[in-house]
Design a protein around this ligand. Structure first.
Ligand code: AMP
Ligand code: MG
Length: 404
């Protein structure tokens, strides 16, 4: 049976290279730039008032202030506000009312802060001339036209999106987020919202996968629920294969009604592997048709979660042009003995990390793959391959932290 490492490697090799697309800036959050962006303009685009106050022209640079440093009185001859410039030039001996963000008028070389000025009707009085350039945001001081604003490979946070908007970009070239179709399977499944019929369970995998896909930054296409029969599966799978990735939950094990692999084959999917030596999630199935990757995830909810996080998410990252880093990175020590079987299998174990002594990881009871409660209660995971056991308390481990 394939090891965890080999399975992940085969998936990453099979996942197609990312494709770039021009995306509206408002839809680009979380996307990765496929090309660097140079600034098409100076930022700020013009000299701007940094405060509310008065634009003035200091006495010519002959070195001696007028009035021997006594109070200065100037007439206010006009007004400039953000978006409404003062059209004329400011002369020596004049002040122009100016508001934050307004173009600093020609002739003015500094802005007096309103708080440092007394206004008397049409005149202002102030004690001292500020130095040249005071309270002026200089054109291009943030970025100059032609400067590299953002590098290729940058992942767009609200921060970068704001910068792109300030540069006037309505669209941006990024790796296109993959479209991920989600299909859950099983005759026992019932949608939420109606009273549970005997022998049925609610479909939790559909919504779980939808949330995981969205959290990873990809687009969701809902295919609903297929019954455990060839016709229903073939119909929905062939629909799902039109997208970048198809996730099918349930029906990939060895039960009499596990028809997903056969149905996928009938749809032209080439199997890359089936079964990985992991727990939970052993029956994981992976295949390809053209550019589309198909994952058959074992139906137990925790298996769905683990196989998504460990195998689907790295593939989605590759499709989105995002680097994949192993999330098991926080060093800790086991708080109690861990008993694992079978041997040589890679186990994904839910743990509690002590809030005060963060470096201790306590394996939770109830690790079975149908148990959603310990999934909710876990604040981390460890990944251990049993052949290296036994795993007594105190063994060093690396924790993948869950964010809350
Ligand atoms: P399967 O992989 O189809 O053999 O399913 C394994 C277990 O997961 C069974 O107990 C199923 O009832 C359960 N299961 C399958 N699909 C879902 C689902 N969409 N939501 C919740 N549980 C499921
Ligand atoms: Mg089933």
């Amino acid at each position: 049976m394939l090891t965890y490492e080999d399975a992940l490697q085969r998936i990453l090799e099979a996942a197609p290279a990312p494709r770039s697309a021009l995306v509206p800036l408002a839809d680009a959050l979380g996307c990765v730039l496929s090309k660097g962006v140079t600034s098409p303009l100076d930022l700020p685009p013009f000299d701007q008032a940094a405060v509310d106050g008065y634009a003035v022209r200091r006495p010519d640079g002959d070195g001696h202030p007028p009035h021997n440093g006594g109070p200065v009185a100037l007439p206010v001859v006009g007004c400039a506000s953000a978006g409404s410039p003062y059209r004329r030039s400011v002369q020596a001996g004049e002040a122009v009312r100016i508001l934050t963000g307004a173009v600093v008028p020609r002739g003015a070389d500094c802005v007096l802060m309103q708080e440092q000025v007394q206004r008397h009707g049409g005149r202002i009085i102030f004690a001292n001339w500020p130095e040249a350039g005071r309270n002026i945001r200089r054109r291009g001081e943030d970025l100059r036209r032609g400067d590299q604003a953002l590098d290729a490979g940058t992942r767009l946070r609200p921060h970068e999106i704001a910068l792109l908007a300030a540069l006037g970009h309505a669209t941006v070239r990024v790796y296109r987020p993959p479209a991920v179709a989600i299909l859950t399977t099983g005759d026992e499944l019932q949608p939420a919202g109606r009273r549970l019929k005997p022998g049925r369970i609610y479909d939790s995998n559909g919504i779980l996968l939808e949330a995981l896909v969205r959290q990873a930054g990809a687009r969701v296409i809902r295919l609903g629920v297929a019954r455990d029969e060839m016709r229903s599966l073939v119909e929905k799978i062939s629909w799902g294969l039109r997208h970048d990735v198809l996730l099918v939950a349930g029906g990939v094990s060895v039960g009499d009604k596990d028809f997903v692999r056969a149905a996928a084959r009938r749809c032209g999917v080439r199997e890359v592997f089936w079964q990985v030596n992991i727990k939970p999630g052993m029956p994981l199935w992976f295949g390809r048709r053209g550019r589309t990757c198909l994952f058959g995830l074992p139906g137990n909810p925790v298996s769905v979660f683990v196989t998504f996080e460990e195998f689907v998410k790295p593939a989605l990252y590759r499709l989105m042009g995002r680097a994949w880093e192993d999330p098991y990175a926080v060093p800790a020590a086991l708080a109690s003995d861990l008993h694992l079987s079978p041997t040589r299998r890679t186990h994904f174990v839910r743990v509690r990390c002590d809030a005060r002594r963060q470096r201790v990881a306590e394996p939770l009871t109830g690790q079975a793959s149908h148990r959603l409660r310990s999934l909710v209660e876990a604040d981390g995971w460890i990944r251990v391959t049993a052949e290296a056991g036994p795993w007594p308390a105190g063994t060093p481990v690396l924790v993948k932290e869950e964010s809350r």
